[in-house]
Design a protein. Structure first.
Length: 256
C-alpha cells in the first residue's frame, strides 16, 4: 500500500518530534535536582560578598546528600579547568566529582560538594570569601573536613589556594598542574596527593616529583604523587578520575 505524500510528511514530523522530546528528556535528566542520594542547588552569592570577587562568578553548585547518618558533613570543593567558566552553570550540573560519587563503589560516602565557576585563573582570596559565605549559610559543614581538588587550571587553583590558606583544608588533590614552590614551607603538614601524566608538558612532569622531594625534605610524611604512564594532558584527566582509592584517602584526613 502506498502512503499519500501528506501521510509521509506527518510521519516524518512525528518522528522528528519524538526524537526532539527524547533529547529534551535527556537534558532534563541531566539538569534534574536529584540523582541517586544527592540533591543539587544553585546558590547565589549576595552582592555584598561577590562584589569583591576577582573573576569568580557569583553562582555556585552545591550538592547535598539526601539521606545522611551524621550531623556534620565533609565538604569537597572542585575547581574546573580552563574554559569551565564559559558555560551556564545549569549546564554543569551532575558533572565532575559528583559523577564519581554516584558510582556504586562510592555510595558509602556522604559529603557536600561545592562547584564554583571562574572566568579565568582562580583567585585564592575570592575562593576564600566564597567558601566563608557557604559555611556561614550551611552550619552542618564540618570545617575540619574540607577538601579541594582540581585538574589543570583547577589543579593550579587548588595548589595556590592551599599555599595562601594552608589551614583551610584537611587534604588536597591537585592534578595536571605546574607547582609554584616559592611558598611551599606552609604546606608541610597538609596531606597532598598530586597526579600527572608522563606525556604531559615537561614543567608538569618534572614539577610534581620536585614538589614531592622538597616537601619530604622539609619533613612532610603526607605527600604522594601518581604518574600515569603514556598519558598526555587530556588522557591524564580521564585516568585521574579512574584512580582507585581517591575518596577513601581523602576522607581519611581531618584537620587538627
Amino acid at each position: 500500500m502506498k502512503l499519500a505524500p501528506l501521510s509521509i510528511a506527518v510521519l516524518v514530523a512525528l518522528a522528528f518530534t519524538a526524537e526532539s522530546l527524547r533529547g529534551e528528556g535527556k537534558g532534563l535528566r541531566k539538569r534534574s535536582a536529584e540523582q541517586g542520594n544527592y540533591r543539587v542547588a544553585v546558590v547565589e552569592i549576595p552582592e555584598e560578598v561577590g562584589s569583591e570577587f576577582v573573576r569568580l562568578k557569583p553562582k555556585v553548585l552545591l550538592y547535598r546528600p539526601i539521606k545522611i547518618s551524621q550531623e556534620k558533613l565533609p565538604l569537597i570543593v572542585t575547581l574546573h579547568g580552563f574554559g569551565g567558566g564559559r558555560r551556564d552553570i545549569e549546564q554543569k550540573k551532575w558533572q565532575g566529582a559528583i559523577r564519581q560519587l554516584l558510582k556504586p563503589e562510592n555510595q558509602e560516602y556522604e559529603t557536600l560538594v561545592l562547584e564554583p565557576q571562574s572566568d579565568g585563573e582562580w583567585d585564592p582570596d575570592s575562593l576564600q570569601k566564597m567558601l566563608d559565605y557557604v559555611i556561614r549559610e550551611n552550619p552542618d559543614v564540618d570545617t575540619k573536613r574540607i577538601y579541594c581538588m582540581g585538574y589543570s587550571m583547577g589543579g593550579k587553583g587548588t595548589w595556590e589556594w592551599a599555599v595562601h590558606h594552608p589551614d583551610r583544608f584537611a587534604a588536597i588533590i591537585p592534578k595536571g598542574f605546574i607547582p609554584d614552590l616559592s611558598k611551599i614551607d606552609g604546606m608541610v603538614r597538609l596531606p597532598i596527593w598530586a597526579m600527572v601524566g608522563d606525556k604531559e608538558s615537561r614543567p608538569r612532569v618534572e614539577g610534581l616529583p620536585a614538589m614531592e622531594k622538597v616537601l619530604k625534605k622539609l619533613g612532610s610524611t603526607k605527600v604522594k604523587i601518581s604518574v600515569f604512564e603514556g598519558a598526555n594532558h587530556a588522557a591524564a584527566a580521564g585516568r585521574s578520575k579512574e584512580e582507585p582509592g581517591v575518596f577513601e584517602w581523602l576522607f581519611s584526613w581531618e584537620r587538627d
